[in-house]
Design a protein around this ligand. Structure first.
Ligand code: CA
Ligand code: CA
Ligand code: CA
Ligand code: CA
Length: 349
C-alpha cells in the first residue's frame, strides 16, 4: 500500500511541495487509500479510450481540454471510481470544468460517499453549491462568480478538495485551496465508501488531476484535522491532535470555524519561540540544531530533539511542548526558569 502511494506522489506534481511531510504521514497511516491520475498518455491513458482501470461509467479520455498536460477525463453521463481503500478520513482532490446546471434542484456534480457538490448557473456565471445533510438537506452556495463561456460551461478550471470524515459524519470543502465550508453534514448513514461519483451536466464535465488520499493534499496537516500544522502552531492549536472543535483562544468560536473565517490566509510562522512562547521537542523528527519554533520539520528548521536543549532556548513563562515518544534523558534540569511542560500524544519520560 505504501509503495503504491509513493507512486501516487510521483505522478502528481502538485503534491511535491508538501511531499516530505505527506510521505511521513503516509508512514503513520497504514490503511492508506490512494488513487491519483492526470489522465496522461505517460500514465497509460490513451486519448479516445472509454474504459479505464479503476473507473466505470460513460466517459472518454480526451485531448480536447486539460488542466495538466494535454489530456483529461471527459464525463459525458457519469463516472464512478472503484477500488481505493477506505479510511475514516479521506480527501478527494481534483480539478473540474463543468457545464452549469440550470435546474433549481440540481443533481450533484460530484458525490463522494455523502459529501456532494453541485454547479449551478446563476445569471451569467456559475456557482458551486454544497449539500449539507443536516437541516433540510438543501444546498448552500459556497463559491460564486465562476465565469461561463457562451455554451454555459465553466470557462476556467476550478480546484476542488473535499475532506470527508465518516466518524464525525461531516465534510469540509476547499475551493482553489481555500476553505469555503467546514463541518457540513454527510448524508446518513455515512458510508466509508471511497468511491467518487461524477454526474455530467448538459454539456459534460472535464476532470483532471484526480486523487483520493488519506493524507491532506493541500498542506502539511499531520493530524488530518483539516487545519494546517503551521496555522495551528501560529494560533495556539495542537498540530498533533484533532482539536478542530476545540477553542484555543476561548472566544466561543471553534478552531475550525476560525480557520474557515480566516479563509486560510497566509500567516507568519513564529520567528523563534517568542511569539507563542512554545518550543517544540520531537525525539523522532527533531534535531537539536533546529530552533524548536516548529512542531514539524521544515526547510532548515523544525523541533528540537531533546527536552534539555528546548529548556535552554525557552522563554521564562513559556511552554515546552513535548511531542509523542519515549524520552530517556535522565534528570531534567529546569535551571531556575519557570516553564509549562506540555505533552502532545503518548509521552514517556
Ligand atoms: Ca491531465
Ligand atoms: Ca492539523
Ligand atoms: Ca490539530
Ligand atoms: Ca476560538
Amino acid at each position: 500500500v505504501l509503495l503504491a502511494c509513493l507512486q501516487c506522489f510521483d505522478i502528481a506534481p502538485f503534491f511535491r511541495a508538501a511531499g516530505r511531510l505527506l510521505i511521513l504521514a503516509a508512514v503513520a497511516v497504514p490503511a492508506l487509500a490512494c488513487a491519483a491520475t492526470q489522465f496522461e498518455e505517460s500514465e497509460g491513458f490513451i486519448s479516445g479510450s472509454s474504459t479505464l482501470s479503476g473507473w466505470s461509467g460513460t466517459f472518454l479520455v480526451t485531448d480536447g481540454d486539460a488542466h495538466s498536460g494535454t489530456q483529461s477525463l471527459d464525463v459525458s453521463t457519469e463516472a464512478t471510481t472503484e477500488g481505493a481503500e477506505s479510511a475514516p478520513i479521506l480527501f478527494l482532490d481534483f480539478w473540474v470544468k463543468s457545464a452549469a446546471d440550470a435546474s433549481e434542484n440540481p443533481d450533484a456534480l460530484i458525490d463522494f460517499g455523502g459529501a456532494s457538490l453541485a454547479f449551478l448557473k446563476e445569471g451569467d456565471s456559475g456557482t458551486f453549491h454544497a449539500f449539507d445533510a443536516r437541516g433540510d438537506g438543501s444546498s448552500v452556495p459556497v463559491e460564486t462568480d465562476i465565469p461561463l463561456d457562451t455554451s454555459g460551461v465553466s470557462a476556467v478550471w476550478t480546484h476542488i478538495t473535499i475532506r470527508r470524515d465518516v466518524g464525525a459524519g461531516t465534510w469540509d470543502l476547499y475551493v482553489n485551496g481555500k476553505p469555503v465550508a467546514c463541518g457540513l453534514g454527510l448524508e446518513t448513514p455515512a458510508s466509508g465508501d471511497p468511491k467518487a461519483h461524477f454526474t455530467a451536466g448538459e454539456s459534460g464535465v472535464f476532470v483532471d488531476d484526480f486523487v483520493i488520499t488519506a493524507t491532506n493534499p493541500l498542506f502539511m496537516d499531520r493530524d488530518n484535522d483539516g487545519i494546517p500544522d503551521a496555522y495551528e502552531v501560529a494560533n495556539g492549536m495542537n498540530p498533533r491532535m484533532d482539536d478542530r472543535l476545540g477553542d484555543a483562544d476561548l472566544d466561543d468560536v471553534t478552531n475550525i470555524q476560525e480557520f474557515l473565517q480566516s479563509k486560510g490566509v497566509a500567516f507568519t510562522p513564529p520567528g523563534g519561540s517568542g511569539i507563542l512562547g512554545v518550543v517544540y521537542v520531537d525525539k523522532t523528527l527533531g534535531n537539536d540544531s533546529n530552533t524548536g519554533s516548529y512542531s514539524y520539520p521544515v526547510e532548515g528548521d523544525g523541533p528540537k530533539a531533546t527536552i534539555a536543549e528546548a529548556m535552554k532556548v525557552g522563554h521564562e513563562g513559556g511552554k515546552v511542548a513535548v511531542i509523542e515518544g519515549e524520552y530517556d534523558e535522565g534528570e531534567i534540569v529546569f535551571s531556575g526558569k519557570p516553564f509549562d511542560l506540555v505533552t502532545v500524544g503518548q509521552v514517556k519520560f
